[in-house]
Design a binder for this molecule. Structure first.
Ligand code: PEP
Ligand code: MN
Length: 337
């Protein structure tokens, strides 16, 4: 059950709502976000919500039977839109393209990517500065200095940044230099990190865990929301299955299912999803048809020289073609809606 409280509700009224729920054997959790004040009630036995509906200070009550509640569409029918400022928005009808190298490699790499994105009207650049790598001997990112340099160049050109945060201690140092935090597939169930991101007033894009179910992704998002941050996006990036012909098995099913279960925008990552350069385009297009609110993919001027994930990275010509095709497809879909 989600109880939306009136803005600025006084403690006395808040206590009376909580006490009433306790008498009904409901456990209550207070959640205060950028936009709302909520009381989450969890209990075994359903009751007639009119029993508490009369209490002053309650704006609305929603019965949400799912274990994840705030991210559920059962109480919030309108889709969430993420506003990054400067008219850069994601979701609720606004389709978004995000592109950039797997890892940020240095000034030349940043500048050529930023210039490419500008030329192609893409406003959000992806890239890793803290890289989770399977082998400790692989390139692990330029760290905070790389992020600062990237931010300076991107800001100058009006490009927004999305980048992965790997641990709680990095949040503060990164905060002023990112527009959106990314939680990587290896960290989707790092609950300390999710709790800490709940305290941050920047959007967070959460990737599906390597072997994570759709529900587990929603629970991860629930952690951040219930921690106080409702500016969230979900990202399907493929899961590990028995199939070895592709890097991961991109779960196209997850796109409509996530959009049905949750009001949060759903982003597709075809690069990690299939892991093969030649097919990134097809999976990106398929995801768009399936209803994705945006596509994030890896690009590089010379993919064969990329510090990481070159095998799934599009060169700039291929990227330009994909961006054009995605925009055309969106137009076609919009006309059909
Ligand atoms: C990435 O986007 O750079 C990345 C490491 O992706 P994932 O967490 O999905 O593996
Ligand atoms: Mn990558």
């Amino acid at each position: 059950m989600i109880i939306q409280l009136e803005k600025g509700i006084n403690n006395e009224l808040r206590n009376s709502v909580e006490n009433e729920l306790k008498t009904l054997k409901y456990k209550t959790t207070s959640v205060k976000t950028q936009y709302g004040d909520y009381l989450i009630g969890t209990g075994k036995k359903a009751f007639d919500i009119r029993k508490i509906g009369h209490i002053d200070g309650i704006k609305d009550i929603h019965v949400v039977s799912d274990d994840y509640k705030l991210v559920s569409r059962k109480w919030k029918v309108n889709r969430t839109q993420i506003d990054l400022g400067d008219d850069v928005k994601i979701g609720d009808g606004v389709f978004s393209i995000m592109a950039g190298p797997c890892s940020i490699e240095g000034e030349k790499n940043i500048r050529e990517t930023v210039d490419f994105l500008k030329e192609n009207n893409v406003s959000i650049m992806r890239g890793g500065v803290f890289k989770p790598r399977s082998s400790p001997y692989s390139f692990r990112g330029l760290g905070i200095d790389g992020l600062k340099l990237w931010y300076e160049i991107a800001k100058e050109k009006g490009i927004k940044i999305v980048t992965e945060v790997m641990q709680v201690s990095q949040i503060d140092e990164m905060h002023d230099f990112v527009d959106m935090f990314q939680v990587g597939a290896r960290n989707t169930q790092n609950y300390n990190l999710l709790d800490a991101l709940g305290q941050v007033d920047k959007p967070v894009m959460i990737k599906r865990g390597i072997s994570g179910t759709i529900d587990e992704l929603l629970y991860s998002a629930e952690y951040v929301f219930s921690g106080g941050n409702e500016r969230l996006l979900l990202c399907e990036r493929g899961i590990r299955t028995y199939e070895r012909a592709s890097r991961n098995t991109f779960d196209i099913n997850a796109i409509p299912i996530l959009r049905e279960k949750s009001h949060l925008p759903v982003i597709a990552d075809p690069s990690h999803g299939i892991g093969i350069r030649d097919y990134v385009d097809s999976i990106a297009m398929a995801s768009t048809v399936a209803g994705a609110d945006g596509i994030i993919f890896e690009i590089h001027s010379k993919p064969e020289e990329a510090y990481s994930d070159g095998q799934q990275t599009l060169d700039l010509g291929e990227s330009e073609r994909l961006i054009k095709r995605l925009n055309q497809l969106r137009e076609l879909l919009n006309n059909k809606e």
